[in-house]
Design a binder for this molecule. Structure first.
Ligand SMILES: [Zn+2]
Ligand SMILES: [Zn+2]
Length: 282
């Protein structure tokens, strides 16, 4: 922090809330069509959870308003909907900007750097990450690792139940906390105790609410969960606001509004679905 005694607000903005595939079209426009990307800003530190298509517009804004800064890009995993915006993230192309790309263990990849190299190679992409002109550092995270950003921001990681692996992140700063829990699959009738512990007393968290309990049996094994499971975990963990995240590409605004209305029947009147462009402060 530039001023050690100053407590900065934790500002969270959704740039992409869609899972699996982008969803253009008027029936999806309130929640937005871009894939996973969430910005968390604390003072001079910018933390970005995932680089789906939403990261392109975030990158443009960062380049225009906050060039030459440090960006921490925390990837949950390398499925397309979480990384397809990586080659289009403007801070990678600004000399003097520092971008730290962090990712946990993934099946079939030796390192975070390999993950990005594989994403940006022929025949899938025309150029490799050697085109980046920023100061890019790749960090390999281990499951259940805790590390610091700056002197005061604590980041805790959690391995999630997802094909190929995925990592959850919890940010603790100055008595406030926010957790990113996507993508993960639950076991019907059981609760993932590691997630309950991870989100214990958190102020707000977003959770993989791709599905409903009714839909889940048709999608078992794909690595996703339901908003009802999110509500159950919230209660068990005494967690604050639940934000339904990773909307399926077929989920219309009308359907999401119904899900949100159901989520508001719970004990927490602040529960909501994630909508692209929405910001809030903790
Ligand atoms: Zn996903
Ligand atoms: Zn995934």
């Amino acid at each position: 922090m530039s001023n050690k005694n100053k407590i900065e607000p934790m500002e969270i903005t959704f740039w992409g809330t869609r899972g699996t595939l982008p969803a253009p079209g008027p029936q999806f426009s309130q929640a937005g069509g871009n894939t996973n990307c969430t910005e968390l800003t604390i003072g001079e530190h910018t933390i970005v959870f995932d680089a789906g298509t939403g990261v392109r517009e975030l990158g443009s804004q960062l380049a225009a308003e906050r060039p030459n800064q440090k960006v921490h890009l925390l990837l949950t995993h390398a499925h397309y909907d979480h990384v397809e915006g990586v080659p289009f993230f403007a801070p990678f192309f600004i000399p003097g900007t520092q971008v730290k790309v962090c990712c946990g263990d993934l099946d079939g990849s030796n390192s975070t750097e390999d993950t990005v190299l594989d994403l940006m190679r022929r025949p899938y992409f025309p150029v490799g990450p050697s085109v980046f002109t920023a100061d890019v550092e790749y960090v390999d995270l281990k499951a259940n690792e805790t590390f610091k950003i700056g002197d005061e921001i604590e980041v805790i990681t959690l391995p999630l139940n997802h094909p190929g692996g995925a990592t959850g992140y919890r940010i603790n700063y100055s008595g406030k906390s926010f957790a990113c829990v996507t993508d993960t699959e639950h076991v019907v009738g059981e609760h993932d105790q590691s997630i309950v512990d991870f989100i214990q007393d958190v102020d707000a968290f977003f959770y993989d609410c791709s599905l409903t309990d009714e839909e889940y049996p048709d999608f078992a094994g794909y690595g996703h969960s339901t908003y009802e499971e999110g509500l159950r975990l919230q209660k068990l963990a005494n967690a604050g606001m639940l934000i339904a995240f990773h909307h399926m590409p077929f989920r219309t605004d009308e359907e999401l509004n119904k899900i949100e209305a159901d989520m508001l029947k719970s004990d927490n009147p602040a529960n909501m679905i994630a909508r692209e462009g929405y910001s809030f402060t903790l």
